[in-house]
Design a protein around this ligand. Structure first.
Ligand code: PMP
Length: 307
């Protein structure tokens, strides 16, 4: 790494600038109303190959563009513009470690919450050592929060926009107040949806079960990765509605996301759960795949250092 974290370079409105010089107008709709859509894109350092791999870059850009379309903000960037900005800023920082890269389309200017532009972008690499304590834990004690997950008919959880995370915050803050590490949300129909920044899986009799896309969850890239890896390893996977009491008798449970990878759940509502073998196998497979070591899914990784 060429730059210290406090000095790192950020791609901001078409230029590479030091993080302290990347300033957003306080009256911009992104500042006032969280009017932005974003991705957290993981990069994995492969020491043997001396290479940094971005994981499922195209899938992140497809979701970013879907989010922009759904929230109706203009997007002046093509997929190749998005990718070029990403590669340029990661390369410029000369990282040789795992990263989470925040790539955000935000509504700038002096409009309001109803504005569709002007849209601009920043790409900010975050070295992985600095992710939140929650993500660095070996296992999580989880509660079912009393707050409901945002719903398709009010504020769709399918859209990865800044404002949606206020709902995540409600659940997370309640969990911390009550001595838990994080929470699971029920959806408006009282069925399991997801964590504040992660998707949920349970294992029962060797089969993986995760809520369906229509149960109020983000279209998570890690969820999709886990499903495909599990199937490639011969496990059965079911995407279906989950009842609350099913949680307490699961053989294994874990939360997953680009930042937390696969993190085992130690207990839910103080019902103790086993940390299981299948979660561990899938976690190992996930990390190997993201480092470009799984020939079946080599097309999921993009090498950053090509010249
Ligand atoms: N659900 C929510 C609410 C999230 O914020 C995240 C993290 N982006 C996830 C699920 C996991 O999504 P992904 O695997 O694409 O990171």
């Amino acid at each position: 790494m060429k730059y210290d974290v406090s000095e790192r370079l950020i791609w901001f409105k078409g230029e590479l600038v030091h993080v302290n010089d990347a300033k957003i107008n306080i009256l911009a709709p992104t500042s006032q109303f969280g009017l932005n859509v974003f991705e957290g894109i993981p990069c994995y350092w492969n020491e043997d190959e001396h290479q940094l791999y971005a994981f499922r870059l195209d899938d992140h850009y497809e979701r970013l563009l879907r989010s922009a379309r759904l929230i109706q903000i203009d997007c002046p960037f093509s997929k190749s513009d998005l990718k070029k900005a990403f590669v340029d800023v990661v390369k410029a920082n000369e990282y040789e470690e795992n990263l989470s890269v925040r790539q955000t389309l935000f509504v700038d200017g002096f409009g309001s919450w109803g504005s569709d532009g002007p849209t601009n972008m920043f790409v900010a690499p975050i070295p992985r050592g600095k992710t939140s304590a929650e993500y660095n834990k070996k296992g999580l004690n989880v509660c079912v929060t009393s707050w409901r997950r945002i719903s398709e008919n009010a504020l769709s959880p399918r859209i990865k926009c800044g404002a949606n995370y206020i709902n995540s915050r409600y659940g997370q803050r309640e969990a911390l107040r009550n001595g838990y590490d994080t929470c699971l949300f029920l959806n408006e129909y009282g069925k399991i949806s997801e964590g504040p920044g992660s998707c949920f899986f349970m294992v029962k009799n060797g089969k993986l079960i995760t809520p369906a896309f229509t149960d109020a969850v983000l279209e998570s890239i890690t969820r999709d990765t886990v499903i495909k890896l599990a199937k490639s390893l011969g496990y059965e996977v079911e995407e279906r509605t989950i009842d609350r009491t099913e949680l307490y008798t699961a053989d294994e449970t874990f939360l997953c996301g680009s930042a937390m990878e696969l993190t085992p759940v130690l207990s839910i509502d103080r019902y103790e759960l086993g940390c299981g073998e299948i979660s561990e196998i899938l976690h190992r497979s996930y990390v190997n795949t993201a480092k470009g070591l799984n020939p079946l899914f080599k097309n999921w990784v993009t090498a950053i250092y090509t010249e």
